[in-house]
Design a protein around this ligand. Sequence first.
Ligand code: LCS
Length: 394
Amino acid sequence: MKKDKKFGTRCVRAGEAPDPSYGAHTTPLYQTSTFIFDSAEQGASRFAGEEEGYTYARLVPNTPTHAALVKKIASLEEGETGQTFSSGMAAITAVALSQLEQGDHFISSDVVYGGTYGLFSSVLAKFGVEVSFVDTSDPEKVKENVRKNTKLIFLETPANPTMIICDIEEICKIARETGALSVVDNTFATPYFQRPLKSGADVVIHSCTKYIGGHADLIGGVVVGKKEFVRSMAPVVNCTGGTMGVHEAWLSIRGLKTLHLRMEKHASNAMEVAEFLEAHPKIEWVRYPGLPGHPQYEIAQKQMSGFSGMLSFGIKGGIEAGRKLMNSVELCSLSVSLGAVDTLIEHPASMTHVNIPAEVRAKVGITDDLVRISAGLEEADDIIEDLDQALTRL
Ligand code: LCS
């Protein structure tokens, strides 16, 4: 397929080729741990990296199913190539372990998924890698925190769960001037709405568990970047073994085929829910990048073509009222994760972000009253009716 096709066409077509063995229409699921060599010489040259091809499914490029997924997501992110992982956290871990070493410093958005916070603040600290959590919505603060040994700048935008947005272009410029690698977790926006590589980022990360899979039935991750960068991760990828399962790769390919259609509906539903909540007398505040009152509304307009399906809000009466709301919904699923076909509702301070110390949570805006919604693909009226009946019971 030529590279100039439109996004939706690439969702459907990129990375797909008729199966060379039998002409299967759908990319086959290569459920195999190992590959047979034609000769001992061929095996040796594949292991030596002299001949392209497959060896063992833990080792890059894993299997042809994984390779097809890499091609599709790289096409959508407008990157050169990529690497799949067993989870979004395995993807972030491999980027960090392959790019950072003892004595290095890196900057991270201060609002990130709880697992990412734990990796950065506890796990990497054990290996002598120091992190500064910075309010990346303010590029000046990023500049102020740059040190001589700053090797990487990690951004999550929109941030989970506060929906804070940072200016990817501005911060990637700072990273370039610093000589640091810029890495963007694009899980919330997806390439349908935001393409960080086009805004100057070096690397994009996704949890495939979310919108890429899209159906809440897999755990996976992917990294996209330049060939040279992806090659530099290979030793860590091969030796740590956070390999994506082949079924997950296949499900991710299937999910991506409808990404463009799903994201439109997620976003329009989220907008309607955000507007409903904003007008509701029992709601204290709503944070959705599509609302003009969002603190970084202008930046969102500049770097996103739509605002995805995630929003957060606070209810009058704080956490107690929030708990009551979550216990009163009937259609929405009381569940963590996001990007599912059904609408999910959860409480970050006690669930997804509970491992972040309470004082840190309070400082960065992951307040106890914050409730997060991942708008699903039901009809907006039904989601709103459910939230309305739950709010009436407060
Ligand atoms: N990046 C972001 C922005 C995430 O939200 C998550 C998980 C990850 C990375 C890690 O991906 P995983 O390893 O789970 O595939 N976020 C979750 C959440 O908000 N609820 O449950 C998981």
